[in-house]
Design a protein around this ligand. Sequence first.
Ligand SMILES: NC(=O)c1ccc[n+]([C@@H]2O[C@H](COP(=O)([O-])OP(=O)(O)OC[C@H]3O[C@@H](n4cnc5c(N)ncnc54)[C@H](O)[C@@H]3O)[C@@H](O)[C@H]2O)c1
Length: 294
Amino acid sequence: MGMKQIKTVAVIGAGAMGQQIAMSAALYGRNCGYRVFLCDSFPAAVEKAAKWAKEYLEGRVAKQRITQEEADTVAENLIITQDIDHAAAQADIVIEAVIEKLEVKREVLGHISRLCAADTILGTNSSNIVSSKLADAVEDPYRLMNIHFFNPALVMQLVELVKGPHTSQEAIDAAGMFIRSIGKSPIVIRKEIPGFVANRINAAVANEACSLLEKGVASVEDIDTACEKGLNYPMGPFRLMDLTGIDVNYYVRCDRYADTGDERDKPSPLVVEKFKKGEFGRKTGKGWYDYSTK
Ligand SMILES: NC(=O)c1ccc[n+]([C@@H]2O[C@H](COP(=O)([O-])OP(=O)(O)OC[C@H]3O[C@@H](n4cnc5c(N)ncnc54)[C@H](O)[C@@H]3O)[C@@H](O)[C@H]2O)c1
């Protein structure tokens, strides 16, 4: 099989991630002339995504990042629709970004795999479900992998391609070419592992930060300052946790622990304490820092 030539992209699930992934493909891949379908099974989600895309492009033009003509071309190439079947039949690459439920992903990707060409690349954007858990639901799983974007996908450049035991090298190479063509930086993860690479490293940093705090080695502020001023992190681990949600950290670690039984995967006792108090970070006005006065 030669390298798959990608012309048509289908993003399934028009939520927070799907919108930005589809827009990235249409906007940053505009020199490749991709036709991009952004699909959702819920009419309200389709409507919301269409409104978002229109406003996003207007904003880019207003800020003079792109010309009106470029915005018009992008809008023309970005088709936001409920018709998943039509998009699947045309697509050379499908990126699934529906809700994080195994059964829904199996259903959606299984269905699509029966409608698209046998060499259409199939990617799941899931952060937690490795594509092995979907492979038996999908026709020709050699073209199936995790294609993991980071939030916000229009800004973040990294995309993790996770190769399952069923995934062919050709499919990984074709996905990598596509990701580079939309101005992003793909990395290949050769083995399936929970959290992939970036989130695992992030978790290890957050964990060490909590452990230092627990031991009374330094304050929240000083640990963040160490990372920001000494390691050039854009944001220290506590400030970052406040932004992404201490509750999210809690749930991810509980899930991980349930999976591995490894004590080191448990949430830090300080995270448990914050979780029980309902201090989740910015969204509750208090986390590691107090945001209520700002
Ligand atoms: N939010 C993040 O920070 C982030 C980062 C990386 C990866 N992810 C992954 O991306 C995926 C989507 O996350 P999100 O934050 O965009 O969620 P979201 O809830 O914003 O969007 C999910 C969308 O899927 C749609 N949907 C549900 N069932 C469907 C079906 N059967 N067919 C088609 N569409 C359907 C919903 O209508 C909704 O619009 C998840 O797998 C998540 O793990 C999320």
